[in-house]
Design a binder for this molecule. Sequence first.
Ligand code: SF4
Ligand code: SF4
Length: 131
Amino acid sequence: MFTAIAKGLSITFKHMLPGHSTTVQYPTVKLKPSDRFRGLHRLVPTQDREKCVACYLCPTVCPAKCITVEAAENAKGEKYPRVYSIDLLRCIFCGYCVEACPVEALEMTAEYELANYRRADFEFTKERLLR
Ligand code: SF4
Ligand code: SF4
């Protein structure tokens, strides 16, 4: 029994030594998310517009039903999302929307500091997603 206690305590004390801790002094120190981290979405822009062609695949696959798309046609006869928004309060960050997009118009960034005070601030419109 004493061996087990000693073993447990040695592990505890080892984690107190500098360089052995897995926690950081957030927000002063920030960890870099992994390359596969799924954070805030971003609509990919092209030269004069967004890459999205308003095909409705992402709102269709979204399990949380938090993507709103309204398609329209521009002067060149190209389809574009007149309205595109994501309700981050409902999003579960599964990444299905990114996988479903046929033109790679949507990606997920490493941005994870998404706390806010008002519900309206969690509605990410096209303009905010293009930033
Ligand atoms: S990450 Fe998942 S839940 Fe969030 S918008 Fe995309 S498909 Fe929907
Ligand atoms: S799947 Fe891609 S192209 Fe289609 S509506 Fe979504 S972001 Fe736009």
